[in-house]
Design a protein around this ligand. Structure first.
Ligand SMILES: [Zn+2]
Ligand SMILES: [Zn+2]
Length: 493
């Protein structure tokens, strides 16, 4: 199996089968329909849900379901996931049909039903947007794996439950920020970025010596200090340089000292001051294993980049710090931990500057500003406080918010997908791997659907009737090498 086929397969393994029994989700056999738990967002097949229906905690992570007066086997099927697996024609047309057997849904009053229906329609449209990326290797590079993971986190939320909706808001904010950053990344020159990064690191008296050597230096520092020893900086540096000499004869005290400084900056050491002698440095106990020390080290470099206003993708971090692509997800989680409520707003400002530089041709993207701003204003902190003061599950107060948020997410995602497909084509046609200024003209893209963001769609409260339409995606091959165009069925509402 080729690596790209493996990725497609792993998307299915990770997101489109039961998290307990690993059976693929199915529509025809209702035992294997996906159901999402409210708080943790684990999605399981109906059969496994039935087995744990009398329990109070998710068997995967021991997180309490926390739903009042609703049994988990009464929760609605996760249709957006099924729309990724199946042709729309194989699934029921509207929400009344979809949820007619669902007790939790039938119990809702009409207003709440219509709110719930609207969220499901937008989520199904979002699922259809990523469907080609999940199912067709021609399109899998359109969005990165961390992006896909964030989209599934949004799809794997239980919208009928208030806490499930709060989880979705969190996921939406994070996805929105990541989408905004993705636009910025696509406008940057990677070589220039790397040069700026290392100069920012050096200007702080720190240094990165390359993936292999840095790893060796960190392991030697650990060797010297993992038993809790306290050494002066000078002794520590000498020890590392001597141990390093056989493999790296040109390692200098200065460069190793710069790595120690990086860890010092990351507060990895407990420092004991001494009278008229240099201070002693001891590794804090939580950093006396490689994994934790390395994570803190990586996090410090990423923080320096953020301070310097440099945007670097998880993929690029993985290759810069490890020389491979396998650390994308852990890099993404470090970036996520460092992001603050203000970092999204900063990203929007950068996004606007980048568009300004790109000139008139960027007008196709500037309309996204309001959606990004809306997403950046999601106040997770306040919502969490509301959970404590208000445990009324039927409370409808956050429905209009969640619908607007999902709508904004769909719009920015659709634009990013169109933008990236256009860019893939441009890159392919130019057959160049070096940086060049991209054209932002999206008018010629063939990846358009009737729910294009330039013509906002209207959604009828109860889902309305749906019709199918087909559109064509041009394969990324040069014209003539492939006879058939790839066809996708798309739902319009
Ligand atoms: Zn199962
Ligand atoms: Zn769980």
């Amino acid at each position: 199996m080729s690596p790209s086929n493996q990725t497609l397969q792993s998307y299915y393994n990770e997101f489109l089968r039961c998290s307990i029994c690993s059976h693929d989700f199915e529509y025809d056999n209702y035992l294997y329909r996906p159901i999402t738990l409210p708080i943790c967002g684990h999605t399981m097949c109906g059969q496994c849900i039935d087995i744990i229906r009398n329990q109070t905690k998710c068997p995967q992570d021991q997180i309490s379901f926390g739903i009042n007066n609703t049994l988990i086997d009464q929760l609605p099927t996760n249709y957006p996931l099924l729309f990724i697996i199946y042709d729309a024609i194989k699934l029921p047309d509207d929400n009344e049909q979809r949820y007619s057997q669902c007790l939790a849904y039938m119990k809702l009053d009409d207003e709440t039903k219509s709110y719930f229906n609207r969220t499901q329609i937008i989520l199904i449209e979002t699922a259809i947007l990523i469907k080609p990326i999940i199912n067709d290797k021609e399109y899998q590079s359109v969005l990165s794996r961390p992006m896909i993971r964030k989209i599934f986190s949004l799809l794997n939320s239980q919208y009928i439950d208030r806490e499930g909706r709060l989880k979705a808001l969190k996921a939406a904010r994070s996805l929105g920020e990541r989408t905004c950053i993705d636009f910025i990344l696509h406008h940057q020159n990677p070589q220039q970025l790397t040069a700026n990064l290392w100069s920012a690191v050096r200007s702080r008296g720190c240094q990165f010596l390359g993936p292999a050597m840095q790893e060796e230096v960190l392991k030697l520092i650990l060797l010297a200090l993992e038993d809790g020893s306290a050494l002066s900086r000078k002794v520590l540096v000498l020890f590392v340089v001597q141990k390093l000499a056989p493999q790296y004869p040109r390692a200098s005290k200065t460069s190793v000292g710069h790595v120690v400084q990086l860890l010092y900056r990351a507060s990895c050491f407990k420092v004991q001051k001494r009278e008229e002698e240099s201070s002693l440095m001891q590794l804090k106990s939580e950093f006396r294993n490689y994994e934790n020390l390395r994570r803190e080290h990586d996090s410090q470099i990423i923080q320096i980049a953020m301070e310097a206003g440099l945007r670097i993708s998880p993929e690029q971090w993985s290759s810069l710090l490890y020389g491979d692509t396998q650390h994308k997800s852990s890099m993404q989680s470090v970036i996520d931990k460092l992001s603050t409520p203000a970092s999204f707003s900063q990203a929007i400002q950068e996004f606007l500057i980048v568009l300004q530089r790109a000139g008139d041709s960027s007008k196709h993207l500037s309309h996204l500003k309001s959606d990004f701003e809306y997403l950046s204003q999601i106040d997770i902190g306040n919502n969490e406080q509301q959970i404590i003061t208000n445990d009324n599950q039927q409370d409808n107060s956050n429905w209009p918010l969640i619908i607007q948020v999902l709508q904004s997410i769909k719009i920015v995602l659709q634009s990013l997908i169109e933008f990236n497909i256009q860019e893939l084509k441009t890159n392919f046609l130019n057959k160049t791997h070096h940086y060049h200024h991209r054209s932002y003209d999206l008018s010629s893209t063939t990846f358009t659907s009737s729910t294009s963001c330039s013509s906002p769609m209207t959604v009828s409260p109860l889902g309305g009737s749906s019709t199918t339409s087909e559109y064509h995606l041009q394969p990324l091959h040069p014209p003539g090498t492939q006879q058939n165009q790839i066809k996708y069925k798309v739902f319009t509402f």
